[in-house]
Design a protein around this ligand. Structure first.
Ligand SMILES: Cc1cc2nc3c(=O)[nH]c(=O)nc-3n(C[C@H](O)[C@H](O)[C@H](O)COP(=O)(O)O)c2cc1C
Length: 184
């Protein structure tokens, strides 16, 4: 028997997206966002609160990077979702993480996160910010010989909208567009 729960956007897993931007003085800001998704083959929609430092930075630079949170960086990722660059000017510095400048967009790539999308802002829409993914980078050690990513190894985490937990996404259990053929 099923029980009714409090209404929640109950899709699990939700992502843990680490959005990197440059502040006006060239320092780095990163925020955590779970409300984001693929919008088309090369676009993402990010639902970001207008007052965040990240949004102010994106309005100025029309750029951001979007990295995927990993289990080794849970503490840093959560901290970056609780503290704002609006009030803590050395927010990123306090994490001890490192950044290099993207060659494609005006935004920082955070070295410690193994998968990173470099993005250009297309539009600030009412239901979220639409960005174009212009490049994707992944740590070589996680790449399979065919260029796909060995996701069993990366330790990507997801956000749980029911209990606010972080969970590791792992173990491959099937192949899309393939397993279903058994019933065709
Ligand atoms: C797990 C988690 C998920 C979050 N998801 C979002 C989100 O999708 N959109 C948003 O605007 N803020 C989200 N936040 C809050 C921001 O990360 C937080 O307000 C942050 O301090 C903003 O940083 P900034 O002002 O330096 O940009 C999330 C925080 C956490 C911990």
């Amino acid at each position: 028997m099923k029980k009714e729960l409090k209404v929640t956007p109950g899709i699990f897993p939700m992502p843990v997206l680490m959005i990197g931007t440059y502040n006006e003085d060239g320092t780095v800001d990163v925020m955590n966002a779970a409300w984001g998704m693929a919008q088309s083959m090369n676009q993402l929609k990010l639902c970001l609160t207008e007052s965040h430092k990240t949004v102010k930075n994106m309005k100025r630079t029309h750029s951001c990077t979007v990295a995927l949170g990993t289990k080794d960086l849970v503490v840093e990722s959560d901290y970056l979702g609780m503290v704002s660059g609006n009030t803590v000017t050395d927010k990123f510095e306090k994490t001890g993480l490192h950044a290099t400048k993207s060659e494609k967009v005006e935004a920082p790539i955070i070295e410690e996160y193994p998968i990173c999308m470099e993005c250009k802002v297309i539009d600030f829409e009412e239901d979220g910010t639409l960005v174009e993914v212009v490049n994707v980078q992944a740590e070589e050690k996680y790449l399979n010989s065919d260029g796909t990513i060995n996701l069993n190894e990366v330790g990507i985490i997801s956000y749980d909208p029911y209990g606010h937990g972080y969970y590791v996404v792992g173990e491959k259990i099937g192949q899309a567009f393939s397993d279903g053929k058994k019933l065709m």
